[in-house]
Design a binder for this molecule. Sequence first.
Ligand SMILES: [Zn+2]
Length: 258
Amino acid sequence: MEIYFMIVSFIMGAILGSFYNVCIFRIPEKLSIITPPSHCYKCDTRLRPLDLMPILSWIILKGKCRYCGEKISYRYALIELLTGILFLLVYNIYEYNIQTIYYLIFISLLIIITFIDIDHYIIPDELIIFGSIVATLFNILGQGIGIKNSLIGAVICGGSMLILINLIEFIVKKEVMGGGDIKLFAMAGLFLGISGGVLTILLSIYIGALYGIVVILNSKLKKQEYNSMIPYGPFISIGALIVVLCGTNIINWYVGLF
Ligand SMILES: [Zn+2]
């Protein structure tokens, strides 16, 4: 029975991942995510169910459109696979529970936000607003992490980053982080509460710094200019994801040190 639920959660994730691909492509273009139905962007042929099987269709069609042969990026299949795996992991931790849905919605938003930020350097407000409403509703109904913890988490995360970033920008006299990132921190606080939110901030800073060092070292080695414009949303998302998947373990380990 357990294995059955695990397979179902993976397939559900992969199918939704296919829908998130549509969201990632259409939301920044201000297009409807419902109509028109999926079609090839090159030859405009409407895709049939056989062309839309998550992961499988991409493998069977060898990454090409069945009708015109246009190359289809492996990223579509990767996002479907990633969503499937994350759904499976979240289900494994939180089990058959309302809280599982709470975290699955959060993780889904993080996936969409991450890839939109990588493509366009923006975090759409509508995703933040949608997430904030969902988190608040779940918490008011007592199905999340508690409304008090959630609201204070949002104020602490959003507020502290707003102050910190303004301070840094005042000193270095240039923009270091977009407003969307600060809103995403606030949303993470809303979903994860005080300790989870603060842990998200710390993890995102560590991961971002590590990535920055690798990029700079790599460019020095290859004697190339590096692109100093790095979207920060993916680091916040990875940090928040780690908190969802093993935040309790990290916090217990840290508290255990003292
Ligand atoms: Zn085509």
